[in-house]
Design a protein around this ligand. Structure first.
Ligand code: SAM
Length: 215
C-alpha cells in the first residue's frame, strides 16, 4: 500500500493523528525534502526509515519503490510540505503506482492552495488552480489574458513583483489576495485590487512562501 500523507505547510501542529500513526507504522517514508521531514519526524518522535524522493530522482527510484510495494511493504509519500501530488513529484509516483495496480490511500491534511483560497474572501464555489504559472513574460501574458473566475496559483517571492507588475498592466481592476507564510509566524494576507496591491508592494522586498488568488 502507498499512503499519500499530507504534512504541515508551516505550523508543525497541523498534522492529523492518523498521519502520525501512518508515518510511525510504515516500512518506509519517501520524502521530497528529508531535512524538512526530519524536523517533523523528530517533533513527533517518529523513528521510521526515510529516503529521498524528489523531482531529480523520481524516475530512478520509482521502479524499486513499486517492487517493494508489490512485495507487500507499506510506504508513505510526503512532500516538503502540504499535500503530496500538488505541484510536486507526487503525481508521477501515484500515476506509476496506479498503472502497477498498487493500492493508494489518501491521508488528507494541509494544502497551501486551499488555506490561501478559503481565507482570501474571494468566491470559492468555483475556482481554477494552476500550480506555478509560466515564468517567461510571453507565456505569462497569455496566461493572464485567459484568467476568469477565481484563479489560484503559487508564486516565488523573487518573481512576485514582476508578476504583479504585469497583472497591473493587464488586469488592474481585478481583486487579488497575496497569502504569504500561511500558518507561520509572519502569516499575512494582502488584499485589494491588483493596482492597489501592486502600489503597496512595488518598493518592498517580498519574502516567504506565497499563494496568489485572483477574481
Ligand atoms: N504540495 C504543496 C501543497 O499541498 O500546498 C505545494 C508544493 S509547491 C512545490 C510549494 C509552493 O506552495 C510554495 O512555493 C508556495 O507557493 C506554496 N506554499 C507552500 N507552503 C506555503 C505557505 N506556508 N504559505 C504560502 N504558500 C505556501
Amino acid at each position: 500500500m502507498l499512503y499519500i500523507v499530507a504534512t504541515p505547510i508551516g505550523n508543525l501542529k497541523d498534522i492529523t493523528f492518523r498521519a502520525i500513526d501512518v508515518l510511525r507504522n510504515v516500512d518506509l517514508i519517501l520524502a521530497e525534502d528529508t531535512r524538512r521531514t526530519g524536523i517533523l519526524l523528530k517533533e513527533y518522535k517518529i523513528k521510521g526509515k526515510m529516503i529521498s524522493f524528489n523531482d531529480f530522482n523520481k524516475e530512478k527510484k520509482t521502479a524499486s519503490v513499486i517492487e517493494m510495494l508489490k512485495k507487500g511493504k507499506e510506504i508513505a509519500l510526503v512532500s516538503d510540505a502540504g499535500t503530496p501530488g500538488i505541484s510536486d513529484p507526487g503525481f508521477y509516483l501515484v500515476r506509476e503506482c496506479v498503472k502497477g495496480g498498487i493500492k493508494i490511500i489518501p491521508v488528507p491534511g494541509a494544502c497551501a492552495l486551499i488555506s490561501g483560497l478559503v481565507c482570501s474572501g474571494l468566491p470559492t464555489d468555483k475556482f481554477s488552480f494552476f500550480g506555478f504559472i509560466p515564468k517567461k513574460e510571453g507565456k505569462k501574458k497569455e496566461f493572464f489574458k485567459g484568467v476568469s473566475g477565481t484563479t489560484v496559483f503559487y508564486e516565488s517571492p523573487h518573481r512576485l513583483l514582476k508578476t504583479l507588475k504585469l497583472m497591473n498592466e493587464m488586469i488592474p481592476n481585478k481583486n487579488v489576495v497575496i497569502a504569504r507564510e500561511l500558518t507561520k509566524k509572519f502569516e499575512e494576507f494582502i488584499r485589494g485590487t491588483v493596482a492597489e496591491v501592486y502600489l503597496e508592494l512595488k518598493d518592498k522586498k517580498i519574502k516567504g512562501e506565497i499563494v496568489v488568488v485572483i477574481n
